[in-house]
Design a protein around this ligand. Structure first.
Ligand code: AMP
Ligand code: MG
Length: 189
């Protein structure tokens, strides 16, 4: 049966890297997933409408603008058939607080079977953000980042209650990318 998986993690945790590794491994075994970036779907519309110039500006838009973009992205992504992996965020840190990445109407459109949180120690994430000039990452404090990761676990529990999906944590620790890739591949197999 086709599987719908949501993969999340705070910016800089290495989500995209772990996903790319896991999907390459599965591909060798003949297991295929459509790899969908929720942020890219949102960005396409936001850019076309002149709301932002880069994807890292979207989290600064008004809550209503972000929700509209989110809803449109979810509707488009829901049309994908077969095994689907959605690279997204359990919650988005905005100037007005955390915005749910999968509010009710997004969950209804996506109907996930599995929800994954990619996590690691806050000091490692801060180091990775400093080393990524391609993105405009927030320079959070250790404490703010810990609070974001813990909020993400809490909201993942709410998503499990709403949909009956399972929730799994994958640790992407420094120097142990292979282990994270193995763990994610095992969940998607
Ligand atoms: P990413 O490339 O995964 O870092 O996503 C880029 C941006 O897309 C994020 O910083 C958010 O502003 C936005 N985004 C991605 N997924 C969601 C979501 N589920 N809900 C709201 N905004 C999202
Ligand atoms: Mg990414």
């Amino acid at each position: 049966m086709a599987s719908k998986c949501i993969i999340t993690g705070v910016p800089g945790v290495g989500k995209t890297t772990v996903i790319t590794g896991a999907l390459a491994r599965l591909e060798q075994e003949g297991v295929r997933y459509a790899n969908i970036s929720f942020g890219s779907f949102m960005f396409e519309t936001a850019l076309a409408e002149g709301l932002v110039k880069n994807r890292d500006e979207m989290r600064l838009l008004s809550k209503d603008d972000q929700k509209t973009l989110q809803q449109r992205a979810a509707g488009a992504i829901a049309k994908t058939e077969g095994n689907v992996l959605v690279d997204t965020h359990a919650s988005v840190k905005t100037p007005k607080g955390f915005l749910a990445g999968l509010p009710e109407w997004v969950l209804e459109a996506l109907r996930p079977d599995l929800f994954v949180l990619i996590e690691t120690d806050e000091d490692q994430i801060l180091g990775r953000r400093l080393g990524d000039p391609s993105r405009v990452r927030d320079m959070d404090t250790y404490r703010a980042l810990a609070s974001h990761q813990s909020f993400n676990r809490a909201i993942a529990a709410a998503y499990a209650m709403k949909t009956g999906c399972t929730v799994a944590m994958v640790t992407n620790a420094d120097h142990l990318l292979d282990r994270a890739v193995d763990d994610l591949a095992a969940l998607l197999r």
